[in-house]
Design a protein. Structure first.
Length: 140
């Protein structure tokens, strides 16, 4: 679906003559957790996301309603929907290279801190992203 939208946008932009201007950012957003191993990252993400989901949906449940665009109740479900990923730097590089290519996006918004992730887990995830993932994706 995202690729259809990005392709349609770019076609309309070309048709209007605006393709001579710098292309605006076309982004995707993902929940991302990095750790030294896939298993460690997934364990952290699953724990953190459970609390995030409970908190995010609290008022909806209290009022008997649902969010307009609900998220999966588990991190595994979120990953299956293509909205999140947890893994080692190598796993995240592969995942994001594919996501950016398949979606046609040129911008990524990553949610590194959510739910019950500790400050130490979040900082480590961001460090791995900055030190290993960003340099690998810079040329992609």
């Amino acid at each position: 679906l995202t690729r259809t939208l990005t392709d349609s946008y770019r076609a309309a932009r070309t048709e209007s003559g605006k393709d001579r201007e710098p292309e605006p950012k076309i982004g995707i957003g993902r929940f991302i957790v990095l750790a030294d191993s896939d298993e460690e990252a997934m364990s952290i993400a699953q724990r953190g996301y459970t609390m995030w989901h409970e908190s995010f949906n609290y008022l909806f449940r209290l009022r008997g309603s649902k969010p307009r665009h609900p998220r999966a109740p588990t991190f595994d479900g979120l990953c299956a929907e293509g909205q999140g990923m947890a893994g080692s730097p190598e796993t995240i590089i592969d995942y994001l290279s594919n996501e950016m290519s398949v979606s046609g996006a040129n911008y990524l918004v990553s949610q590194f801190s959510f739910g019950s992730l500790t400050q130490q887990e979040t900082v480590r995830s961001i460090e791995l992203f900055a030190d290993r993932v960003m340099p690998a994706l810079r040329g992609a």
